[in-house]
Design a protein around this ligand. Structure first.
Ligand SMILES: Nc1nc2c(ncn2[C@@H]2O[C@H](COP(=O)(O)OP(=O)(O)OP(=O)(O)O)[C@@H](O)[C@H]2O)c(=O)[nH]1
Length: 294
């Protein structure tokens, strides 16, 4: 039997459905998702181990015209991911026409001529058959692909086909990670992301981009409860009040939503202590970006 293993990345415009697809393939939520563009801010590795293969999925931030220093760094992460993998999967939403953003990303893929390429048409449940056919035609014209696969992560349709195609493009290789490992992310980072996800559900307009979450400390108490101390950072004093809400209603809701997800992840009860703080204009500030690990 030939065993295949290697790295693949999902790239695409913001909101194309990369993280939802990553989670669907892994059968576990390792990447947070939201209806707001530019949700993903780190490359996240998920590991899919099958009888004949091991696929390491690198989910990347949506590539876009950068407006801030953070935006530039996110694009640099995508570039690095593209240069590091054997298979690049470009996600293109079935319900949106191909645009300059897609051509820009396609040009970035050229930087790794050794990579095999797959076009993944996402969200097919949102588009009519004729719209999807239209998209397939545009995709064929965009560049030469090793394969084109339409999927719906939400309905779980054609995911198996996608995995089979990716597997066939991977080199022969022994396993690279232990069988039971699903992600490389440490628990503290996953928790910070779950808190950020809860805040994205609550906040609106430009605010989602301003929020960043850090976990300061986690203490496992003798009674089996984990105490988590986390900070939710915003960019301006005026945003602090918005996130806190009337008499703290909004931050309480964010805490309650996040706690539910964190308890599902850890499998036991947690106490979440969430503080709202200001890191002035952090998205444009190299020093603060460094502090937040970008
Ligand atoms: N109907 C439908 N919606 C989907 C599907 N996949 C993703 N979505 C929705 O599309 C939105 C964006 O999904 P994400 O997975 O966060 O997209 P992303 O490409 O990771 O986004 P960024 O982090 O901004 O780059 C969310 O509201 C998802 O629920 C799908 O197969 N069908």
């Amino acid at each position: 039997m030939t065993f295949r293993a290697g790295f693949l990345t999902f790239v695409g415009r913001p909101n194309a459905g990369k993280s939802t697809l990553t989670n669907a393939l892994l059968g576990e939520k390792i990447a947070i998702t939201s209806s707001k563009p530019q949700t993903t801010r780190r490359t996240i590795r998920g590991i899919l181990t099958r009888p004949d293969s091991q696929l390491i999925i690198v989910d990347t931030p949506g590539m876009h015209r950068p407006r801030t220093e953070l935006g530039k760094r996110l694009n640099a992460m995508v570039r690095e991911a593209i240069s590091d993998v054997q298979v690049v999967c470009m996600c293109i939403s079935a319900d949106e026409p191909i645009g300059p953003g897609d051509r820009f990303i396609s040009a970035e893929i050229d930087a790794n001529p050794r990579a095999r390429t797959v076009a993944v048409v996402t969200k097919t449940d949102k588009a009519s058959k004729s719209k999807t056919a239209e998209r397939l035609l545009e995709i064929e014209q965009l560049r030469d692909w090793d394969a084109v696969v339409p999927v719906s992560a939400l309905q779980g349709s054609q995911l198996e086909d996608l995995v089979d195609v990716i597997e066939s493009l991977m080199p022969e290789s022994p396993k690279l990670y232990p069988d039971d490992m699903i992600t490389e992310q440490v628990t503290g980072d996953r928790i910070a992301e779950l808190i950020r996800e809860a805040s994205l559900e609550e906040s609106w307009d430009e605010l989602p981009h301003s929020i960043i979450v850090t976990v300061d400390e986690m203490v496992d108490r003798e009674d089996g409860i984990t105490e988590i101390f986390a900070n939710l950072w915003v960019e301006r004093d005026s945003q602090k009040g918005i996130v806190i809400g009337q008499r703290g209603a909004r931050i309480r809701q964010i805490g309650a939503d996040a706690r539910r997800e964190i308890e599902a992840l850890l499998g036991h009860q947690v106490h979440l202590q969430l503080q709202v703080k200001v890191a002035k204009e952090w998205q444009g500030d190299a020093k603060q970006l460094g502090r937040f690990g970008f």
